[in-house]
Write a protein that binds this ligand. Structure first.
Ligand code: FAD
Length: 76
C-alpha cells in the first residue's frame, strides 16, 4: 500500500511538472485550446486529485512509515 501510494504520488506530481513545462515551452499557444498542450495540462491536473489526492497519498505514506518504525521497536 505504501509503495502504491508512493508510486501514485511520484508519477502524478512528475506528470504535473512535465505538463507545466510543456505549456511553458509552447508559450501562449500552450494556453490555447487549439493546441494539445492545453488539453494535456488540464488532463494531467486531475491526476493529483482523483483516486486519492497527493495530500492523502502523503498521509498514507507517513502512516505506514510510522507503523513500520514502531513495529521495529524504535524509540522516538
Ligand atoms: C473528473 C473526476 C472524476 C472522478 N471520478 C471518480 C470516480 O470514478 N470514483 C470516485 O469514487 N470518485 C471520483 N471522483 C472524486 C474524487 O475521487 C475526489 O474529488 C477526490 O477524492 C478528492 O475529494 P474531494 O473532491 O471531496 O476533495 P476534498 O477531500 O474536499 O479535498 C480538498 C483538498 O483538501 C485536501 N485534504 C483533504 N483531507 C486532507 C487531510 N486529511 N490532510 C491534508 N489535506 C487534506 C485534499 O488533498 C485536497 O487538496 C472524481 C473526481 C473528478 C474531478
Amino acid at each position: 500500500m505504501r509503495k502504491a501510494a508512493a508510486a501514485k504520488l511520484f508519477s502524478t506530481e512528475t506528470c504535473g511538472r512535465v505538463a507545466d513545462r510543456c505549456v511553458q515551452i509552447y508559450g501562449g499557444a500552450g494556453y490555447l485550446a487549439e493546441y494539445p498542450a492545453e488539453r494535456f495540462f488540464r488532463d494531467a491536473r486531475i491526476l493529483r486529485i482523483y483516486e486519492g489526492t497527493s495530500q492523502i497519498m502523503q498521509l498514507q505514506i507517513a502512516k505506514h512509515l510510522l507503523r513500520e518504525f514502531e513495529r521495529e521497536g524504535a524509540v522516538w
